[in-house]
Design a protein around this ligand. Sequence first.
Ligand code: C2E
Ligand code: MG
Ligand code: MG
Length: 571
Amino acid sequence: MTDNKNLFRITEERRRVLLIEDDFVCQEMMKESIGDTYDVVIAESGEEALDIIHEQHDTLSMILLDLNLPGIKGLDVLSRIKSDPEYSRLPVIVMTSDNEAEVECLSLGAMDFIPKPYPASKVILARILRTVELYEDRETLRMTERDQLTGLYNKEFFYRYAVQLDLYHKDEPTDAILFDVNHFHTYNDRYGKVRGNEILKRIANNAMSYVKESGGIVCRSGADTFMLYCRHLDDYQALLDRLSADLDDGGSGENRVRLRMGVYVNADKTVDIERRFDRAKMAADTSRDRLTDPVGFFDHSMREAEILEEQLIDDFHAAIREKQFVVYYQPKYNVKQDRPFLCSAEALVRWKHPTLGLVSPGTFIPLFEKNGLIQELDYYVWSQASSQICDWKTRLNVSLPVSVNVSRIDLYDPELMDKLLNIAKKNGLRPEDLLLEITESAYTEKTDQIVTRVKNLRECGFRIEMDDFGSGYSSLSMLSRMPIDALKLDIQFIRSAFKEQKDTRLLEAMTGLARSFGVPTIAEGVETAEQFTELKAMGCDIIQGYYFSRPLPADEFEKFFAKEYEEENLC
Ligand code: C2E
Ligand code: MG
Ligand code: MG
């Protein structure tokens, strides 16, 4: 599936035609007819022709084929050209005196005929030009509708053709299937892009051969994600096995390339086509990492989740207008000295929904990150938190920095810095009063761009905390380039260290690693006295969690100030 250089033809460059003809007189006559318009390359036998096609197919615009050849016969040459995916698209015009051969040639894929003896030159030229132009138009379309790497449709055309397929097969049960590679980015990091691309091409070939045999259409919809729209199946594991064939060059265990799949069985054709594949994606997400059961299905509970998501999106703007989003504050304690002291708070949003009650951010943040509404919500939360800091300063004479969460999506907003600076200014704050929590995984895509943006924020005075540290697959060399003022260990390390089978080794290693960056280490999700004591002993500087307090509404949070005042320690 190579790029076809014909498509990038400079208009002055002459098109090249391969003439497969053993008869010298016929060669000369044809050159006489078309030689002024085309560059003519001659092959005197089928073998020679196949060699030239193999070497030069990228530069050829079409082939003129005599059927009566020595050695490999013309019909065999034709069928070999047409059965090789590399050059099957090259148009072939057959030259013959045998009218009977036409049907067979057409069924083998010939585009047109030129009878022998040859007609007038202008007739030959007109036929060749029509064929070449048809081919070039088809190729241009192909280029726009295909993914360059794999030759599969791209997503836009795939959706278009899927809708057409529905028109032809209105009543046929059809499945929307999405599949991708488990942890493709780690595979890519480990073995390099070239090998990564090779894997994607193999998956594409497997999918293409399946579709050719069983019908349906397939596309590559994103980096390592493919979508298949096909007649309803019974055995999805068999399909997954077929798509996964020959992906490993002897790789085994951890190194094996594994696919996972999500299926929306008997997709409802009244639902928008993109939505049908969103459902397949939702199903695939349920199978992530499930090595023994890599196929997930869209089911009733997902439909309910989808209905809830629709409602949350519909209600969003009214909720902002009516201030239904409420910011809670959770204290962070500095534990470096004997007596812990309150050093900041994290602003965490909740939605007081009029019919659903208190909705937790875990339900709506990922959804709003998907559709971009998160930018509006975060702006709202930052403003609320800033005016709260200002209120505490003026009313209670307490200066407490507050950390706000900055979503990965916000970091792509070129106006992010201006927005934050304006909010701070409006509330009479210095940038130092706001800590920005940025999750580690925000740095994994477009790392350079993100690092630069975060550096700029830091240069303006905002302090940066890396949230969920240890969950984002960052390499050590990458971490050392990150502009950060504090590291917040991912809550999972604490959870798994203090499970029934207590094992703190990984937690110790992560704490040690975090400390080696020379910035304060924060542990969140700390619930018990035992966890508190051990984390303090491991060298954590700041601790946040239910051990001190759950996140609280602003007025309830104020009790911590009173407590600090009593002990005269508030910064
Ligand atoms: P996060 O930023 O890592 O916040 C920590 C989460 O851990 C919070 O969950 C907090 O309530 C919870 N937590 C704190 N201490 C404990 C504990 O001792 N035990 C347990 N089990 N959990 C504890 P929450 O508030 O549900 O927030 C979840 C996530 O939603 C946050 O994770 C953050 O990524 C996101 N989020 C919350 N508010 C915002 C926001 O305003 N903007 C953005 N972009 N994301 C937000
Ligand atoms: Mg956070
Ligand atoms: Mg966190």
